[in-house]
Design a protein around this ligand. Structure first.
Ligand SMILES: *Cc1c(COP(=O)(O)O)cnc(C)c1O
Length: 348
């Protein structure tokens, strides 16, 4: 059987990253490749971005960083957002990772386990997710700054809403906590880059924009996902399709059964709203998305191709996300291990 094929356009990825690097102005653009580069394959993605000039990579946890090291070579910086967790010292040392220490507890752990090993510091400026609070920071800053951290960073909660007052509040708090401190600073992810130069500091951390998602509206699509048609059947007006009889044919219809479902990361929540494409012709879902299968109404196609696209130029990750009531980030990271990933472009 033809298999579902997930194609990642490395040239489009590189173009998106370069555009975000230009928009970062005088700041260095890093690359966020956590969660296997948002599901697209961290080794291939990072290797291509390293070729484009990326030098600073960000992952969520030490194991991801250790896996990434061979792809980016010995000289690249690999920062770890979760910091220095218990049990991480060996991986941090072996792969020369830079933990972004989040708390006094982590600072003690790091300095005890790996004295002299590089680290950065993550500060909370209001998101209340990760990082030292202002009080802790004030108490610890003299000692920690004397140890020359490689980076002071924080993260914006509302950067995808440019007019949100939280952005300016967090910027002011970040300045208050870090002005004059000395180390390089980083505040902006994709959304923050688009907020302008005040938010850029020394190093930016684009993720989703490089992968073709909002809030980087000018992004080129990076992912194509084509799904095989298993069979096509005629359905009379009044017949139903799929679990729960939730779809009833309003006219004599042709229904294609597609070999992918929610076990492949195609969320059940897109039932009733999602569509697949034959080129630029939309074909609505018919009936519930099930575990490995879904029905698609292909009545209006002159002929049914071997595959239908669910991610393609006509429907990017954000449009599909809207149909599923979620965000592009979740669409990408849900694309499961069942797909064979193909790479196109330089570095494929
Ligand atoms: C995920 C993440 C990023 C990247 O965010 P995008 O919105 O994908 O650009 C940057 N910084 C931190 C701390 C993150 O968790």
């Amino acid at each position: 059987m033809t298999r579902a094929s997930l194609t990642i356009d490395l040239d489009a990825l590189a173009a998106n990253w370069r555009a975000l690097a230009r928009l970062s102005g005088g700041a260095e653009a890093g690359a966020v490749v956590k969660a296997d580069a948002y599901g697209l394959g961290a080794a291939r993605v990072a290797a291509r971005l390293a070729q484009e000039g990326a030098h600073s990579f960000f992952v969520a946890e030490a194991q991801e960083g250790a896996a990434l090291r061979p792809a980016v070579g010995p000289l690249a910086d690999i920062y770890v957002f979760s910091g220095h967790m218990a049990g991480d010292a060996d991986a941090i040392a072996a792969a020369a990772l830079i933990p972004l220490v989040n708390s006094a507890e982590q600072a003690n752990r790091h300095l005890a386990a790996l004295p002299g090993h590089p680290f950065g510091l993550q500060l909370d400026t209001g998101m209340n997710r990760l990082g030292m609070e202002a009080d802790d920071w004030q108490a610890l800053a003299p000692d920690l700054l004397a140890r020359a951290p490689r980076l002071l960073m924080s993260h914006l909660a509302c950067a995808d809403e440019p007019a949100h007052p939280m952005n300016a509040r967090q910027l002011a708090e970040f300045r208050r906590m870090t002005d004059g401190a000395g180390p390089r600073r980083s505040l902006a992810a994709t959304g923050g880059i688009l907020l302008g130069a005040d938010y850029h500091f020394d190093l930016t951390r684009p993720g989703i924009g490089s992968y073709g998602g909002q809030p980087f509206g000018a992004a080129r699509p990076v992912v194509r996902l084509a799904l095989p048609v298993i069979q096509v059947r005629a359905v009379a007006a009044g017949e139903t399709v799929g679990y729960g009889n939730s779809w009833t044919a309003a006219r004599p219809s042709r229904i294609a059964t597609i070999a992918a479902g929610y076990a492949d990361g195609l969320l059940r929540a897109m039932t009733g709203r999602g569509q697949l494409f034959a080129g630029d012709r939309p074909c609505p879902l018919a009936g519930r998305v099930s575990m490995d299968l879904m029905g698609v109404d292909v009545t209006d196609l002159p002929e049914v191709p071997d595959t239908l696209d669910i991610l393609c130029p006509a429907q990017g990750v954000d449009r599909l996300a809207e149909a599923a009531g979620t965000i592009g980030y979740e669409i990408l990271t849900s694309l499961g291990a069942r797909y064979v990933r193909h790479y196109s472009g330089d570095g494929a």
